[in-house]
Design a binder for this molecule. Structure first.
Ligand code: 13P
Length: 244
């Protein structure tokens, strides 16, 4: 299965999101074997959710709290995310790790909580430029993926997002992507009893319609998690078509 997910991050107002949805859906037709996801900011989940779901697009949240409810001002629970119509939740994005102190320990709880609420966890992993230059890429990824030894079997998508390639226009080279995706697959086999759940591994980091076909040709690249280019409904539509 191929997977293409738009991560809008902290972008768009309600009117922009409605226009995006109309423009994207006007050109979108569901293709067998391609799972399409959109991850809007929390306030936009309901305004765009119904229209996207009606065309088979899966709604994702960009983060979620592990507790089902309670005194956690400013947080949103997996229960609320599911109640808002989401099918999944992005977890461990590097921007959350970098700017909001998201830890691997917290992610163990979040992956479990997401599954408790029937949400598909889309776990992001990736190394910084300093880590890559120091030769620690695989070690860092191995550490980030080791949480899966604690979370047990269950649905999962993984996204490899090299931090230095996010929003920079610097896409990882094909050989770097190939090496890391093969490593992630091996770690999934080591840490996780996959049971009946196939685990697609997406690539993220400056994905565009210009470079996506090459990425899709790399073994173990099941699709893309797309930031900047996904804000343009035409470009996101092109990426979805390329995956089909
Ligand atoms: P860009 O596509 O803007 O590099 O962002 C990638 C990303 O972080 C998706 O989650």
């Amino acid at each position: 299965m191929r997977c293409v997910v738009a991560n809008w991050k902290m972008n768009l107002l309600a009117a922009d999101a409605a226009a995006w949805t109309e423009a994207f859906l006007a050109r979108h037709s569901q293709a067998p074997g391609v799972a399409v996801g959109v991850a809007p900011p929390f306030p936009l989940l309901r305004p765009v959710g119904d229209a996207l779901r009606a065309k088979g697009v899966r709604l994702f949240a960009q983060n979620g709290h592990a507790e089902p409810k309670g005194a956690y001002t400013g947080e949103v629970s997996m229960a609320q995310i599911q109640d808002a119509g989401c099918a999944g939740v992005i977890l461990g994005h590097s921007e959350r790790r970098q700017f909001f102190g998201e830890t691997d320990v917290a992610l163990i709880k979040k992956v479990k909580a997401a599954r408790d609420w029937n949400l598909l966890p889309l776990l992001c992993v990736g190394e910084t430029l300093t880590e890559r230059q120091a030769g620690f890429t695989l070690e860092v990824l191995g550490q980030q993926l080791s949480i899966l030894a604690e979370t047990g079997p269950g649905p999962l998508w993984v996204a490899y997002e090299p931090v230095w390639a996010i929003g920079t226009g610097l896409r990882a080279e094909a050989e770097q992507v190939r090496e890391v995706h093969a490593f992630i697959r091996a770690k999934l086999d080591q840490f996780m009893d996959r049971g009946d759940y196939p685990v697609p591994i997406l690539y993220g980091g400056s994905v565009t319609p210009e470079n996506f076909p090459e990425l899709l040709g790399i073994p173990e690249v099941a699709g893309g998690l797309v930031g900047g280019a996904s804000l343009d409904p035409g470009k996101f539509g092109d990426l979805v078509k390329q995956a089909g």
